[in-house]
Design a protein around this ligand. Sequence first.
Ligand SMILES: [Mn+2]
Length: 325
Amino acid sequence: MLSESSSKRHDVPTDGIPVVYGVDNRFALPLAASIESALDHLGPDERLDIHIVDGGLSERNRSRLQRSFTGRPCRLTFVSPGRGTVDSLKVGGAITVATYYRLLIPRILPDHANAIYLDADVIVQADLRALWDTPLDDYYLLAVQDQGVRVISGPFGLPNYKSLGVPEGTKYFNAGVLVLNLEKWRQEHVAETIVDYVSQHPQHIRFHDQDGLNAILWRHWRPLDPRWNQMAQILRLRTADESPFDPLTFEHVRGNPYIIHYSSADKPWRAGCRHPARGLFFRYVDRTAYRGFRPSRWRTRAGDSRDFVLRRLRRLFSVVRRGRG
Ligand SMILES: [Mn+2]
């Protein structure tokens, strides 16, 4: 039996498969590489309808992105995050406010039943149509089990898992690649619930909205084929036993990923990156308007200020809480 949401999903793509990214200005270049990689693997009759939640792209970066994909089978729409639903969400380190843009997607795409969300630090190596066609049924989202944290009750999981009623051994998912059931999110006010959780439990938050997503949706997501989100953490393991996967799956995820997620702090666009797929990243960069870019030490430091992030966050999310009804 086909559920309502999964049958509707196939009707949407007159504009293409909806894919949402959330970025600030520092992620313009990886975003270009990510889109290029997705188009490179898209089937001949497919299109991508790309929505970029724009948390401060410069005019120059917006036009470079447009220029990179003019005449390609995609449409780029820049969306302002507008006013959010919280007044204080925790950020820090290299994490930017853009991580929370995932939670705005149900509102940003009010007419869509479903959408794909991708972090800008991913390179796609398969046709996104296959991800799009994975049935959602009544789940709130599809995701891949995290290859670092692994379980909610484990180290770096949710320290308060017991009070949340989460059983030992419950999988923790990574939020870098998601298929979202937007209808259910809107019906059940999932974004608002997560925002409330994150703002009420700052002491338990280590991975930002991803912790909130896991705390609220631990019973309501379905695992994807883990090849859809190869995390940097799995590349450091020696055997399948150290991973969440059986030996065959372990080899598939490592050797034949559908999406490569530069999920550690070791990013190809920063100096000194040692990720084995850093070369692939620049192959895609060189097919966009950013061609020729290579990181230098000087560039890596620019704009990494936590104060900057906090300022943006406050501005973005402060007003709407009051306006919530
Ligand atoms: Mn990421």
